[in-house]
Design a protein around this ligand. Structure first.
Ligand code: ARG
Length: 274
């Protein structure tokens, strides 16, 4: 493993308008209330955990009428100063894409924004491993992002893209099934993937950490790692122990309110790769 943490710039969006008003994944139940004040505190704790680890966190202005905008990871996928925009699967989230686009277009010295032609939900379905196979993109499909977007990403970034099929509706985004734990290695829950995709992952990442179903359902893989510190939901106790055993430092955070929307740590945090 890469023992040295790398300070990173992240993008988040405060949960000012967060609520569960519709159901576009199996976790969302609009009859179950969200504690808005608790959500605000949990989000703030997450932000401070990241800055406390030496990272920088930029924020987007939350917009009324977009209750899922707190899940900032879905708004784009950035590598090498290119920001490939999102095109959401469901109409309830469509307008979030423009807010992310504006963020990147406001800083043309840093970012080249690429408007996507294909449906894709940003880092929700794309992961980047800078030191694996010369800079590898892992891409999920089956529920949200279209496979055609994987080809688009390969053309836009000029990096190899490996398509992985998700098969469990509770694990509807790649970032709830798999995570980069450093620049070259991943953790994942095999049961989230088709048999063929499991085989591809075994072949590409023989040293991966394998999470069990309990940790996957606790959204343990929805984590943010700087290569050493791994910020993950507190409920994922098994995965935290595995990470610590492997020489990483698990940093548990409480994000119960966001689980009601079908998300956790990683969903709330977009990594910026200028
Ligand atoms: N309610 C949101 C949706 O279903 C949750 C998104 C979670 N984000 C993520 N990166 N997995 O779209």
């Amino acid at each position: 493993m890469t023992a040295e943490p790398r300070p990173r710039p992240y993008l988040m969006c405060a949960p000012e308008h967060f609520a569960v008003e519709y159901a576009i994944n199996p976790w969302m139940d609009p009859t179950q209330p969200v504690d808005a004040e608790l959500a605000r505190r949990q989000w703030e704790d997450l932000r401070q955990t990241l800055t406390g680890l030496g990272h920088t966190v930029d924020t987007l202005t939350p917009l009324a009428g977009l209750p899922d905008m707190v899940f900032a990871a879905n708004g784009a996928f950035t590598v090498d100063g290119i920001a490939y925009g999102a095109r959401f699967r469901f109409p309830q989230r469509t307008a979030e894409a423009a807010a992310h686009r504006q963020y990147y277009e406001a800083d043309p010295a840093t970012w080249k924004f690429v408007e996507p032609q294909q449906i894709n939900e940003g880092e929700g379905d794309f992961a980047y491993l800078p030191q694996a196979h010369g800079g590898l993109v892992l891409a999920g499909y089956g529920f949200r992002t279209e496979p055609a977007a994987h080809a688009e990403v390969q053309a836009v970034f000029g990096r190899p893209v490996v398509s992985l099929r998700l098969v469990d509706p509770r694990i509807y985004h790649l970032d709830v099934a798999l995570a980069a734990i450093d620049d070259e290695n991943i953790a994942y829950y095999p049961g989230a993937f088709s048999v063929g995709s499991q085989r591809v992952l075994r072949e590409l990442f023989p040293n991966a950490l394998l999470a069990d179903q309990d940790d996957a359902m606790a959204f343990g893989l929805n984590l943010v790692s700087d290569g050493r510190h791994v910020v993950l939901p507190a409920e994922a106790v098994g995965l935290a122990a595995q990470l610590n055993d492997a020489g990483y430092v698990a940093v548990p955070v409480e994000l119960s309110e966001f689980k009601k929307g079908g998300g956790s740590v990683k969903c709330c945090v977009a990594e910026l790769r200028p």
